[in-house]
Write a protein that binds this ligand. Structure first.
Ligand code: PLP
Length: 367
C-alpha cells in the first residue's frame, strides 16, 4: 500500500448512524424515572406490549404477551432457542453462506450443524429440494435469515412459500426466522417472513428480531423472540439463570424505538438503498468481479474467484483479504468467515465517499 494511503473500512457489521435522538431522550428520562433495577425476566410489560404492537403493525402477526421474550440482542434470542430445543445428536440445518454465529449455536448446544448449501446462480436462495435433502429424523431446527447476512439477498414470498411447503411435511422441526434486517429491504415487495406465507407453521416457528440494525442500536443489546408459549416459557427459564435480562434503561429505549414510528428507520433505509445502488454500479464496471446487487441489509457478497486466479501469491479469499488491505487499503471480510470461499463481504455501512474510493481502487486494480 502506498504510504499515507487511508484504510477504507468496508467490513462493518453495524449501521454507521447514531441512535435517533427521541430514543436517546427516552433513555435519559427512564434513568431519571428510576429504571435502574431488576425487571421481570421476560421484559418490562410496557416493552412486551410495544413488541406486540410492532409485530401487528409491521408483520401483521398477532402474539400474546406470554408468547414474547425480550433478550440481550437477537443473538441471545437465537442462543436461548437453541439451548432450549437442541439435545446432543440433534441436527440444526443452516443455509450457507451463513452469519458466523450460527455454527457456534450448534457447537454450544452439542448439536450437529447440517449445511444446506445455496448457489451463486440461485442468488444464494435456499432451494426447496436442497432443504428437503437435509431433513432427517434428527433435524430439530432450521434457520432462515432474510434479508440475509452475508449475501444481501431477500427471499421473495414464492421462495419462502416453497420452503414452507417442505417444512409443513416435517412436523417435528422448529424454524428460527432471523428477521433482524427486516426493515433494510430494497426490493419492491414488502418484507415477508415464513409466517406471512405459511401461517400454519406458527406453532413451531420462533421469530427473532430486535432494534440493533433498524434503529442503529447495536450497543443497547435489545432483541426479542416471539413463538409458541411453551417454548418461550422454557427460553425464559434459561435466560433467568444466565443473563436475566438486558439493562432496564435499554429496555425503555427499545420500547421508545418500537412505539416511535418508522420515520427515522425510513430515512436510514433511503440512504442504504442509494448506497446499494452505488455499490452495484461500481461493481458492474469491474470486469473480474461477479455479483448480485444487494437487495437488503447492508452487505453485498461479490465473487472474487477470477481476481484470486489473476493474482500471484494469492490462493484464496483469506489471502485476498490481506492483499486488499496491504495493496489497496481496503478492509473487507473474506467469504470463508461465512462459508463462502472465493467471495468477499462488502459492507456499505460506510459513507459514499469511502464507498466511491473503494470501488475506484478495485476498478483500477481489476477493471
Ligand atoms: N442475526 C444476524 C443475521 C446478524 O447479522 C446479526 C448481527 O450481525 C444478529 C443476528 C445479531 O443481532 P443483535 O445485535 O441484535 O444481537
Amino acid at each position: 500500500m502506498e504510504k499515507g494511503q487511508d484504510i477504507l473500512r468496508l467490513d462493518a457489521g453495524e449501521p454507521d448512524f447514531d441512535t435517533p435522538k427521541p430514543i436517546i431522550d427516552a433513555a435519559k428520562k427512564a434513568l431519571d424515572d428510576g429504571f435502574t433495577r431488576y425487571t421481570p425476566i421476560g421484559g418490562l410489560p410496557s416493552l412486551k406490549e410495544a413488541i406486540r404492537q410492532k409485530l401487528r403493525r409491521d408483520n401483521n402477526l398477532y402474539y400474546d404477551s406470554d408468547e414474547i421474550l425480550h433478550t440481550c440482542g437477537a443473538k441471545q434470542a437465537l442462543f436461548n432457542a437453541c439451548m432450549t430445543l437442541l439435545n446432543p445428536t440433534d441436527e440444526i440445518v443452516i443455509p450457507t453462506p451463513n452469519w458466523g454465529t450460527y455454527p457456534s449455536l450448534a457447537i454450544m448446544a452439542w448439536a450437529r450443524m447440517v449445511e444446506a448449501p445455496t448457489r451463486y446462480e440461485d442468488r444464494f436462495i435456499l432451494q426447496p429440494e436442497v432443504l428437503e435433502a437435509c431433513l432427517t429424523e434428527q433435524t430439530r431446527i432450521v434457520i432462515l435469515n432474510t434479508p440475509n447476512n452475508p449475501t444481501g439477498q431477500v427471499y421473495s414470498r414464492e421462495e419462502l412459500s416453497a420452503l414452507g411447503n417442505v417444512l409443513l411435511k416435517y412436523p417435528d422441526v422448529f424454524i428460527l426466522s432471523d428477521d433482524i434486517y427486516e426493515h433494510l429491504n430494497y426490493t419492491d415487495e414488502p418484507y415477508a417472513n415464513i409466517l406471512n406465507v405459511c401461517p400454519s407453521l406458527k406453532n413451531r416457528t420462533v421469530l427473532i428480531n430486535g432494534v440493533s440494525k433498524a434503529y442503529a442500536m447495536t450497543g443497547w443489546r435489545v432483541g426479542f423472540a416471539a413463538g409458541p408459549v411453551d417454548l418461550i416459557t422454557e427460553m425464559e427459564k434459561f435466560q433467568g439463570q444466565s443473563t436475566s435480562h438486558t439493562a432496564a434503561v435499554a429496555q425503555k429505549a427499545a420500547e421508545a424505538a418500537f412505539n416511535g414510528g418508522l420515520d427515522d428507520v425510513h430515512n436510514m433505509v433511503k440512504v442504504f438503498r442509494e448506497r446499494a445502488n452505488l455499490v452495484a454500479e461500481g461493481l458492474s464496471r469491474i470486469d473480474k468481479i461477479d455479483f448480485h446487487p444487494a437487495q437488503g441489509g447492508f452487505y453485498c457478497l461479490p465473487n472474487f474467484e477470477r481476481v484470486i486466479e489473476s493474482l500471484d501469491g494469492v490462493e484464496d479469499d483469506q489471502q485476498l483479504g490481506d492483499w486488499l488491505l496491504e495493496e489497496l487499503g481496503i478492509a473487507m471480510v473474506p467469504g470463508s468467515a461465512f462459508n463462502a470461499p472465493g467471495h468477499m463481504r462488502l459492507s456499505f455501512a460506510a459513507d459514499n465517499k469511502t464507498l466511491e474510493k473503494g470501488l475506484d481502487r478495485l476498478h483500477k486494480a481489476f477493471g
